[in-house]
Design a protein around this ligand. Structure first.
Ligand code: HEC
Length: 160
């Protein structure tokens, strides 16, 4: 008998809670909705296919520029090889084919703004969850980052 009473008591409390939340001040409810919509939009723009960072336009490619690629290879050797191999997982992911799996603007932002990327971009967050150590910002200029992309393109053209 005691059990049944408890059950009814729970149902009553639950019903009261539901009624309160549904019958609450309409004005307050709609402003809550507005705020969450705005937040969703902000989140969406932060986590576009470009990711979070200075590159918010589509990086487009032409024919492969061999000089730029050679320049990018040098930057890669100096600033990235401690953590990345092209063909194998190391501290970070293998970077072969990265331009097939990610938007080039996203790759630029990952290079230029890794700290914010792993905090705010869902794909980068998932990578951090998998690789555990965060990617370091190597303070490349946009031109250097673009050169590294050219190296990736050349590498993929030669190796895929
Ligand atoms: C301190 C180690 C470290 C250095 C240095 C580093 N990275 Fe990373 N990188 C990582 C890790 C680890 C990840 C995976 C994301 C995470 O855990 O933060 C990553 C992720 C990436 C990704 C995304 C890969 C994918 O599969 O989407 C790219 C692109 C990348 N790095 C490029 C570079 C480039 C280019 C440089 C040199 C300018 C560089 N990284 C320097 C550790 C590093």
């Amino acid at each position: 008998m005691k059990k049944i009473n408890l059950k009814y008591g729970f149902v009553l409390i639950a019903t009261a809670l539901i009624m309160t939340s549904c019958g609450g001040d309409k004005g307050q409810n709609s402003s809550t909705t507005e705020t969450s919509t705005t937040n969703e939009l902000a989140t969406e723009s932060e986590t576009s296919e470009f990711g979070v960072g200075p590159i918010q336009h589509q990086v487009s490619f032409d024919g492969i520029d061999a000089d730029l690629a050679a320049n990018g290879e040098q930057v890669f050797t100096q600033k990235c090889m401690a953590c990345h191999k092209m063909d194998k997982r190391h501290v970070g992911p293998a970077l072969v084919g990265v331009l097939d799996r990610r938007n080039p603007s996203w790759v630029m932002n990952m290079i230029l703004n890794p700290d914010k990327m792993v905090q705010q971009d869902p794909t980068a967050k998932a990578l951090l969850a998998e690789y555990l150590s965060p990617m370091a910002n190597q303070n490349l200029t946009e031109e250097q980052a673009r050169a590294v992309l050219e190296y990736f393109r050349k590498y993929d053209a030669d190796n895929q």
